[in-house]
Design a protein around this ligand. Structure first.
Ligand SMILES: Nc1ncnc2c1ncn2[C@@H]1O[C@H](COP(=O)(O)OP(=O)(O)O)[C@@H](O)[C@H]1O
Ligand SMILES: [Mg+2]
Length: 372
């Protein structure tokens, strides 16, 4: 390891740096005669002040797992430590105290319809021994923080989806939590509104040093704000790591699928089938799916192929996505050589650190367009 790398590397994570520590968590439900395993032996550590994403399809166990964090769901087995406290050892009273420090927001906002925006935000403070004025001041301050000062006297139904979620966020912050859990909070919102809510979460993360656990089924959401991500399937975490690593080198098929959905590669696959691209290939042509990381830019690789190897390129689809300071390129291209030989081409692509899927071979073998 070089000296520079050593200096750059962060010191080992101490206990004090960990906001959430789940050890060997299992959650099973009894349904009639069968046992459903919702969470299957999951361990997870979330660093203080970080934004940690959990992605998976519906039914993967995400909501059950995050409800374990404040023991709204008691695990069948395993250990839950939050802000250094072993939650399963706490009295009910102490546990209520910890729960106040873990805010939650949801897909459907869960606002009280008959109460004003201000009253909704005040609601979690009603049980506190503070004056009405103090309570109102706190709620107004939070509404300002989420950009809704003018809406204090409005009712939830007068607000847009994005505004409702802002109210829910303000309410979740009423007790100055250390942790915010966002369970599909942007899933009912359009892409622009989603982006603005994610920006707000990032701001709260920065300004309040709030640790955020963010559940979603959309990789776009992970890409825009998370530092780390865990992929869940069938109650298990099947892959995890820094977001940049998962995007550059996804290992599990499900992770690959999520990564590709974020780069619109899914549409590209459709196009291959619809346009019968493979069937139309000439003997001296190959249909390739290329993935470029920051080190290898697509332009330089394609021009190098043309100049050095006399390979012609017909680009069908190209996209770049920016993730954690990396630019990741995706390209579907038909390459052709005069003699139909591609050994040199493949060798060059390998040395240029381009990941290649040969659709022409793939499809001839499997009979369908499929990215492995
Ligand atoms: N209270 C419950 N009783 C029985 N089964 C449950 C309960 N809560 C969740 N499940 C089951 O656990 C699995 C995981 O659910 P959930 O955690 O809601 O997944 P996700 O949030 O990823 O969609 C599902 O099969 C679901 O039906
Ligand atoms: Mg859920």
């Amino acid at each position: 390891m070089s000296v520079i790398k050593q200096i750059k590397e962060e010191p080992a994570m101490g206990v004090a740096d960990i906001a959430i520590d789940l050890q060997d968590i299992n959650v099973t439900f009894k349904r009639k005669n069968e046992t459903v395993t919702a969470v299957d032996n999951v361990s997870l550590q979330v660093k203080k002040g970080s934004i940690y994403g959990i992605i998976g399809y519906s039914g993967a166990g995400k909501s059950t797992l995050v409800r374990v964090i404040n023991l709204l769901q008691r695990p069948t087995s395993g250990k839950v430590t939050v802000s250094g406290k072993d939650l399963q050892q706490l009295t009910d009273k102490k546990l209520r105290g910890v729960r106040q420090k873990v805010g939650m927001i949801f897909q459907h906002f869960n606002l009280l319809r008959s109460r004003t925006v201000l009253n909704n935000v005040e609601y979690p403070l009603l049980s506190r021994k503070i004056s009405r004025k103090q309570r109102q001041d706190k709620a107004l301050e939070l509404l300002k923080l989420v950009g809704l000062s003018e809406y204090a006297q409005s009712y939830p139904e007068e607000l847009s989806g994005g505004q409702k979620q802002r109210v829910a966020i303000a309410r979740a912050l009423a007790n100055d939590p250390d942790i915010l859990i966002s369970d599909e909070a942007t899933s009912a919102l359009d892409p622009q509104t989603t982006e603005s809510i994610l920006k707000l979460l990032k701001k709260l993360n920065d300004e309040l040093d709030l640790t955020i656990v963010l559940i979603t089924h959309e990789m776009q959401v992970i890409k825009s704000v998370c530092q780390e991500v865990a992929v869940m399937e069938n109650g298990q975490i099947i892959e995890r790591g820094p977001v940049g690593d998962l995007f550059t080198e996804p290992k599990q098929p499900l992770t690959k699928k999520f990564v590709e959905s974020a780069a619109n590669v899914t549409e590209m696959r459709q196009q291959i089938v619809e346009d019968k691209l493979v069937e139309k290939l000439q003997p001296n042509e190959r249909l390739l799916y290329l993935r470029f990381s920051s080190q290898s830019t697509s332009e330089s690789v394609i021009s190098e192929l043309a100049i050095q190897y006399d390979v012609k390129a017909n680009i069908i689809f190209a996209n770049v996505q920016k993730v954690a300071q990396l630019s990741l390129g995706y390209m579907l291209v038909i390459l052709s050589t005069a003699d139909g030989q591609f050994d040199q081409t493949f060798h060059y692509l390998e040395t240029a650190d381009v990941k290649v899927t040969d659709f022409s071979n793939d499809v001839r073998k499997k009979g369908a367009a499929y990215v492995s």
